[in-house]
Design a protein around this ligand. Structure first.
Ligand SMILES: [Zn+2]
Length: 64
């Protein structure tokens, strides 16, 4: 299983780390992430929400 999906730029094939993340959007189909590379290219990746494999649980404040 790949937990760490590393995105690469569409233009220059450079590895995109989280520092390059400019947009993250969660939809029914999954999570979309847009990265802006140093070359100026924007790469969008879609990560499907797999079954609750809560390996990395985010600390979200519980609703009251
Ligand atoms: Zn690039």
């Amino acid at each position: 299983m790949l937990e760490h999906l590393s995105a690469t730029c569409d233009r220059c094939d450079r590895a995109l780390c989280d520092d390059r993340l400019i947009l993250s959007m969660t939809t029914d189909a999954g999570t979309r992430r847009a990265y802006e590379c140093r070359c100026g290219g924007v790469t969008v990746t879609v990560v499907r929400d797999a079954s609750s494999d809560g390996a990395s649980s985010r600390s979200s404040s519980p609703p009251r």
